[in-house]
Design a protein around this ligand. Structure first.
Ligand SMILES: [Zn+2]
Length: 263
């Protein structure tokens, strides 16, 4: 058996699969944003140290103390605004440019994929750009400063809450449906920077490993590592630009002129 350097050969496998793919589906999680300086969920801000997850990211916690919850999300929104998309985000946007049928589904609410130029983005957990009324379901965008804490109450009697998916809540049905359809028709599925333990997003990664070439890109092994065709150990910012560069080099390479007498 040929010696495998552990990375180069596996990367070549993903590149070969992408080269032939007509339809590509990418699922990303918080690992993609880690190199933009956005720590994963629990790493952000001081409130995690003094409050339980359920107090900050659940409908019950919001009902109890909406000002606390908005203080937390306004801080996160400000952190998103300060962060910049990294090489991983840009590589995913470039991949979309090179393909006719490309879908990105993300568990992130930080908008960095959109800022990097991705267009067909399904935000499975919503986004921190908009608030939604708990009563009448109206929507209201908010900017870098977040939602003013004295405007949490809506005129209808409800309250503005972040339009994101909290613990104990379901994914938005239409978005989830589109993600499933895209995964079902994909030839290649990339699962990037997510531990893929959160159902139902995790299901996207493994339900289609017979119809698609599924590759995982993550610094550490995850529960799906042994159910995918290829597990690349590394960060998105490190691995994806390499893969996309190899793909575009092939596409723009001059025609092979070596035909004829050897020389
Ligand atoms: Zn309302």
């Amino acid at each position: 058996m040929a010696k495998d350097d552990g990375t180069g050969t596996l990367t070549a496998g993903v590149i070969a699969a992408l080269r032939q793919a007509k339809s590509v589906f990418v699922l990303t999680g918080s690992g993609v944003s880690a190199e933009s300086g956005l720590p994963t969920f629990r790493g952000v801000g001081g409130l995690w140290r003094t409050h339980r997850v359920e107090e900050l990211a659940s409908p019950e916690g919001f009902a109890r103390d909406p000002v606390l919850v908005w203080t937390w999300y306004n801080e996160r929104r400000a952190a998103h605004e300060r962060a910049q998309p990294n090489a991983g985000h840009f590589a995913i946007a470039q991949l979309e440019d090179a393909l006719d049928d490309f879908t990105l589904a993300t568990q992130n609410v930080d908008s960095l994929h959109l800022r990097a130029g991705s267009r067909n983005v399904l935000e499975l957990h919503g986004s921190l750009r908009e608030a939604r009324c708990t009563n009448c379901n109206a929507g209201r965008p908010f900017g870098a400063a977040g939602l003013p804490l004295d405007e949490i109450d809506h005129a209808c009697g409800g309250r503005w809450r972040p339009d994101i998916v909290w613990f104990g809540e379901s994914l938005p049905r239409d978005v989830w449906q589109k993600a499933q359809e895209a995964a079902a028709r994909a030839d290649v599925i990339l699962v990037v920077g997510t531990s893929a333990v959160v159902y139902p997003a995790a299901a996207l990664a493994t339900n289609y490993n017979r119809s698609a070439f599924v590759a995982e890109i993550n610094p550490e092994a995850t529960p799906i590592s042994n159910r995918v065709a290829c597990a690349l150990r590394g960060s998105a910012a490190e691995m994806l630009p390499r893969i996309v560069a190899a793909l575009s080099a092939r596409r723009t390479a001059p025609p092979d002129l070596s035909v004829g007498p050897s020389g």
